[in-house]
Design a protein around this ligand. Structure first.
Ligand SMILES: Nc1nc2c(ncn2[C@@H]2O[C@H](COP(=O)(O)OP(=O)(O)OP(=O)(O)O)[C@@H](O)[C@H]2O)c(=O)[nH]1
Ligand SMILES: [Mg+2]
Length: 423
């Protein structure tokens, strides 16, 4: 089965907690802090793998979780970093954050990798907090939670040439003749239900890839027939080979067919109609071909290549022409840089640092930074609590609370943690 789009949830690993410990040695009266740091949580990474050609492996598993880092230990031992979770996908896979609609990665070459969800930092052990002013800190940090997000994983086949046309015009017969691809051929409509890739070699030794696509009909962009869901696979192709049944075997008008298909391409995406297109008149071995071709040529102002996919006549000329156009058409990235997450300035992505509002008598504080800080604070220690309070002041949350009229003893809530306010 061919699956080219899935939505999955990623939960990267949490960082390990830091450790609170003190040195205990014989003959040493007061040992110093000796707690190690937690290990890094596992990242979730997508990797392009040549051996795959569908996203079917991602179909049934909806949630991916990477391991947490190990906790730090006494004697200054740092916890181990967790292993990254690697998800293998076919070449041509695009990964998009469903919240922001920004692209995390477009994996094109074998071995391309992208970190889609980062594991959390390990919490620091008390050893890491020792300063001259506080040589024996009695607190440590919890590990940072890993990133969580939903992503759309989409395959957009990598092919140089995309074959388009109405059903039964001979697209699959063509690809089967020019490559080793085994596309099903039959006299009924919609024989081909999923895209197929083939590698073509021209007589003069050039090579390119061709994608055979399911047939399009009028209204495909509105969901008629198999709809236009396969057209995304020609977004990456550099040249469109438009095949027309010039024998009008089924009683259609070839010129009308030509207009219908181009309209569907344009409806799907204007960029498709701007791609170089070659028009291939197929079934020249059948009667009526000649008259129809004459008529057709009068109405269009492009080159038309006559072939018979069945007998092979005219095919070498078409392949040479395709190779020439490909040589003259630069490979362009599918997406502009601005669509990628990494090109968006961080501050635009980050939400407001914090927000304070009242829920009845309770003062509620929200915000990325403060929430992360809370999750990393080890509240069993007074020192850690003090440190957290200092951060509240530093971030300006304290001032905001005062401005809103907080009184000593009022309740402040952050996530599911509540504490009494003290000035
Ligand atoms: N006589 C003749 N018949 C052809 C030629 N090319 C294809 N056919 C026949 O046309 C019919 C449809 O061919 P396919 O290659 O399956 O057509 P398709 O465009 O892939 O069709 P869908 O997958 O349904 O969109 C089959 O019966 C083929 O044998 C040709 O050049 N000459
Ligand atoms: Mg077909």
């Amino acid at each position: 089965m061919f699956i080219d789009e899935v939505i999955i949830e990623l939960n990267a690993g949490r960082g390990g907690n830091g450790c609170m410990a003190f040195r205990r040695e014989k003959y040493v009266e007061m040992g110093g802090p000796f707690g190690g740091n937690g290990g890094h949580g596992g990242n979730i990474i997508f990797e392009a793998d040549e051996g795959l050609n569908t996203l079917i492996d991602l179909r049934y598993k909806k949630i991916y979780k990477a391991d947490s880092g190990a906790h730090g230990e006494g004697k200054g031992c740092n916890g181990k970093n967790a292993e990254d979770l690697i998800i293998k996908v076919p070449l041509g896979t695009v990964i998009t954050d469903t919240d922001t609609n920004l692209i995390i990665g477009d994996l094109i070459k074998k071995g391309d990798r992208v970190i889609a969800a980062s594991g959390g930092r390990g919490g620091r052990g008390n050893m890491a907090f020792a300063t001259r002013a506080n040589p024996a800190p009695a607190f440590c940090e919890n590990g940072e939670p890993g990133e969580s997000k939903k992503v759309k994983v989409e395959l957009k086949l990598l092919a140089d040439v995309g074959l388009v046309g109405l059903p039964s015009v001979g697209k699959s017969t063509f690809i089967s003749r020019v490559s080793a691809a085994k596309s099903k051929i039959a006299a009924y409509h919609f024989t081909t239900l999923t895209p197929n890739l083939g590698v073509v070699k021209t007589k003069d030794g050039r090579s390119f890839t061709v994608a055979d696509l399911p047939g399009l009909i009028e209204g495909a962009s509105l969901g008629e027939g198999l709809g236009d869901k396969f057209l995304k696979h020609i977004e990456r192709t550099r040249v469109i080979a438009h095949i027309i049944d010039m024998s009008a075997f089924e009683g259609r008008d070839p010129y009308e067919d030509y207009i219908v298909i181009n309209k569907e391409l344009e409806n799907f995406d204007k960029k498709l109609i701007d791609k170089p297109q070659i028009v291939i008149a197929n079934k020249m071995d059948l009667p009526n071909f000649k008259e129809n071709l004459e008529e057709f040529k009068k109405k269009v102002d492009c080159d038309v290549f006559s072939i018979s996919a069945e007998t092979g006549e005219g095919i070498d000329i078409v392949l040479t022409k395709l190779a020439d156009i490909l040589d003259a058409t630069p490979k362009e990235p599918l997406y502009e840089e601005e669509k990628f997450e990494s090109h968006v300035l961080y501050k635009f992505k980050e939400e407001q640092p914090f927000r304070v509002y009242k829920d009845g008598d309770v003062f509620v504080v929200t915000g990325d930074e403060i929430e992360r800080l809370l999750k990393m604070t080890w509240f069993a220690s007074d020192e850690a609590f003090m440190r957290f309070s200092r951060k509240l002041r530093k971030l300006g949350i304290d001032d905001k609370l005062k401005e809103m009229g907080i009184q000593e003893g009022d309740i402040v809530r952050i996530l599911d943690y509540e504490f009494e306010y003290k000035d």
